[in-house]
Design a protein around this ligand. Structure first.
Ligand code: VY7
Length: 170
């Protein structure tokens, strides 16, 4: 059994994915999408992303939560520590799940891109200041867009759409 890795993020215009330790918008439809895609699969995240989840959502339920940190004294209730991205990916493979998701943040996305076979990106039609950014998707092609034309409108009023990327030449 080989495990394939996907990266999943939501980004505003300019590739902003975070600000001040959180995501600077509230789009419940994206949270639902995120949960739907990741439920029952291992999720790999950086320690700052773990910290960014509201405490009542940690660990993310019905998913193995693998947190990457070099700090060997770190522990999180319901989380499994990995000391590098590579050991986190090995831990995810051990589960024998066909898919595992890298769910953030910036630092981990850049490193994990080389291991990924799919990207699930929520684009928000939103201009907002941020301090963390999505990786460049050079070498990736858009395989699907939902909706095919135009945008959904969130209950928050923000327009959004879902893009699936696959490696170019696949
Ligand atoms: C933000 C939350 C923020 C505030 C309140 C609840 C995409 C997301 C991520 C990671 C959203 C966040 C939540 C509700 C659902 C919970 C997780 C916590 C669950 C990502 N497209 N969206 N993310 N969540 N990597 N990609 O950090 O989350 O799934 O059980």
């Amino acid at each position: 059994m080989t495990t394939r890795f996907g990266l999943i993020w939501a980004q505003a215009r300019g590739g902003v994915i975070g600000a001040d330790g959180g995501m600077p918008w509230h789009v419940p439809e994206d949270l639902r999408h995120f949960k739907e895609l990741t439920i029952n699969t291992p999720v790999v995240m950086g320690r700052r992303t773990w910290d960014s989840f509201p405490a009542r959502f940690r660990p993310l339920p019905d998913r193995r939560n693998i947190v990457v940190t070099r700090n060997d004294e770190w522990a999180g209730e319901g989380a499994e520590r990995a000391d590098s991205l590579d050991s986190a990916l090995d831990a995810a493979r051990e589960q024998g799940s066909p898919w595992a998701w890298v769910i953030g943040g910036s630092q981990l996305f850049s490193d994990a891109l080389a291991h990924a076979s799919r990207l699930e990106v929520t684009e928000l039609d939103l201009d907002v200041a941020g301090d963390t950014f999505a990786p460049a998707v050079d070498g990736w092609r858009v395989a699907a867009v939902e909706p095919a034309h135009g945008w959904h409108t969130s209950s928050s009023g923000i327009r959004y759409r879902f893009l699936t990327y696959e490696p170019e030449g696949s």
